[in-house]
Design a protein around this ligand. Structure first.
Ligand code: 6R9
Length: 574
């Protein structure tokens, strides 16, 4: 049992997969990890084979791979069933002309069909693009258009948000639903699956061939397509082993949706590469439902996010005591800074250390983490994963000594590093502007023991409940509203969500500020883009601060909001 000693919580699991951190770090070689894949012997590479079929070939076909439940379904699928079903979908895609390199999107709530479709597409050599079900038509269209998607798997409820007529490249629409009426040009998923054989040839690929395209937000421009390749499986597997600490008999639950990179790298790839039973719970967050999920599935390893932990903390200890959470042995967090207060609470109430992990869509996998075998400092993101060299560097690439704040940077390359920003080479190059380093956009410092401490973002990217929101995308949507003349969007600190979206708006002539108008504008963004992109606060201003080139100065808006000095205004318009 770990205990709190000052601000260090002692290690609680010396027998974890990683073992002694320093020893593991110093003796690490990626090649040793590569040897654990079947392709190291066979030369035949495909992520889906390693995650699903391989376990069948090793005699574990009868083991439960997926336990799925939501308000209306409760189902379990073995590795054999996942193999057969994904093969069926591979055959369906091939029959419809989809082949290696094609972009196939999935736009639907969590369901077994979502995971089957993704693995089916990967087996066909396609690049999968997962989309949050919360996206509205503009968000969906931007991503399908940019990626040149040729196929999408979606549901009747979401189909209306796919602007088929405006997407000439989108040729195949697979609809997942019960008792569908035939619709012209739309393929009934279940009907074609029924006719499809569970035997399929996997498309063997190269390590550097495309696997997944995750759209994520930056501070300027539309969302960027972050492109990952099959080689990423090396990082997913290794971190699944030493960070998630997964073992044969674990029952694992990652609460993230596959629309977010955590929901793919660690919601499907890592657990299945390790052949572990993966629990997926659909539906919305509620403390009692979540605790019940842990209790009824006897979850042993649980990966979630600070906002969720803060909400669970807000729900109080009484709810916790109604459930038996004694199956838990390892708890992890990602997405935002994990408050020391939450870590202390987890220790007190769950009897568990919550292990923070740091990484990004672009990094494809965990890079800086806390491990069961390492003392934990509440508030710190931990230390680099073996095989990863992290440092704090200044804008010229000079490595800074401990306790100096600067750019959090990673030595290139590592197995799951993004390989492209789709259609946007200049954006990609920005991350690597200092030779030999990947610049994360986060600021941090390292302490004398080599622990990293998150400080903030360099750009204006907003992190609300762990979701990255680009201010530009929200501003663009706001400008489409007839009343809006100018809009500037910032993240405003919030105790529960980390940040909330606040919009400063100047109105067109003829419109008067009112609470009704605020509500209408917020609704406009919610319905056009997505609920999580809608501003929770709106403030009307006669004029917004702009540079002479016409860019809204978000840092000035932020300074106004926080009552801070506005800093250098030499580029302001007037
Ligand atoms: C996996 C994921 C990445 C950004 C990242 C940082 C923030 C992630 C964090 C964290 C503090 C942590 N972030 N983990 N901040 N502590 N442990 O979250 O990917 O959605 O691309 O977000 O999230 O700012 O740069 P993504």
């Amino acid at each position: 049992m770990s205990q709190l000693q000052g601000e260090i919580i002692s290690a609680d699991a010396p027998l974890s997969n990683l073992g002694n951190y320093e020893e593991a770090y110093n003796n690490f070689k990626w090649e040793d990890v590569e040897k654990e894949f079947s392709w190291y012997q066979t030369g035949l590479i495909n992520m889906a084979y390693e995650a699903i079929d391989r376990h069948v070939d090793l005699g574990k076909g009868g083991k439960i791979a997926l336990r799925y439940s939501d308000a209306s379904r409760d189902e379990a699928y073995t590795f054999q069933q996942m193999k057969d079903l994904s093969n069926q979908f591979t055959n369906v895609l091939r029959k419809h002309g989809i082949s290696k390199g094609d972009r196939v999107f999935v736009f639907m709530p969590r369901s077994p069909e979502l995971y089957v479709s993704m693995f089916g597409a990967i087996k066909a050599g396609a690049v999968v693009g997962p989309l949050f079900e919360a996206f509205m038509e503009t968000a969906v269209k931007d991503r399908l258009e940019d990626s040149g998607a040729v196929a999408i798997v979606t549901t009747p409820a979401l189909l209306g948000r796919v602007k088929i007529d405006e997407l000439p490249l989108l040729k195949k629409i697979f609809l997942v639903g019960k008792d569908l009426e035939p619709i012209e040009g739309i393929i009934d998923y279940h009907a074609v699956m029924e006719q499809s054989s569970p035997e399929a040839e996997i498309e063997w690929v190269n390590r550097e061939d495309g696997l997944i395209l995750h759209y994520t937000s930056g501070s300027t421009g539309k969302p960027k397509g972050v492109y990952h390749v099959h080689n990423a499986m090396i990082q997913h597997y290794y971190t699944g082993k030493v960070v998630l600490d997964l073992k044969e008999d674990d029952v694992y639950w990652c609460t993230a949706d596959p629309g977010w990179v955590t929901g793919t790298s660690y919601g499907m790839f890592a657990p299945w590469l390790l052949g572990v039973t993966n629990v997926i719970r659909g539906g919305r967050f509620s403390p009692s439902d979540w605790y019940n999920t842990i209790q009824s599935n006897k979850i042993t390893v649980w990966y979630s996010a600070p906002t969720a932990f803060r909400m669970l903390m807000g729900a109080g200890q009484d709810v916790v005591e109604e459930y038996d959470l004694s199956s838990l042995r390892h708890v992890l967090s990602v997405g935002e800074p994990l408050n020391p207060e939450v870590v202390r609470w987890g220790l007190k109430v769950y009897g568990q250390r919550i292990h923070d992990t740091w990484w990004m869509t672009e990094t494809g996998g965990q890079l800086i983490c806390n491990y069961p075998s390492m003392p934990l400092k509440p508030g710190s993101m931990g230390k680099p994963v073996p095989g990863i060299q992290a440092a704090i560097i200044d804008d010229n690439g000079k490595v800074l000594p401990p306790h100096r704040m600067g750019n959090l940077a990673i030595r290139t390359p590592w197995p799951s590093m993004m390989r492209l920003i789709w259609n946007n080479a200049p954006k990609y190059e920005e991350y690597f502007r200092i030779p030999g380093w990947y610049i994360s956009g986060d600021t941090a410092y390292m302490d004398e023991d080599g622990y990293f401490w998150f400080q903030g973002r360099i750009d204006d990217v907003i992190n609300s409940s762990g979701e990255r929101i680009g201010p530009f995308e929200v501003e663009s949507k706001l400008l489409e509203h007839p009343a809006v003349a100018e809009a500037g969007v910032i993240g405003k600190p919030d105790p529960m969500r980390g940040e909330i979206i606040k919009a400063f708006i100047s109105l067109m002539d003829g419109y008067a500020p009112s609470e009704e108008l605020k509500a209408e504008i917020a609704k406009f963004v919610k319905e056009g883009l997505s609920a999580h992109a809608a501003p929770r606060e709106i403030e009307f201003k006669d004029k917004l601060p702009k540079t002479r080139s016409g860019k809204i100065m978000r840092r000035v808006l932020k300074a106004w909001e926080l009552n801070l000095p506005v800093g250098d205004l030499s580029t302001i318009e007037d």
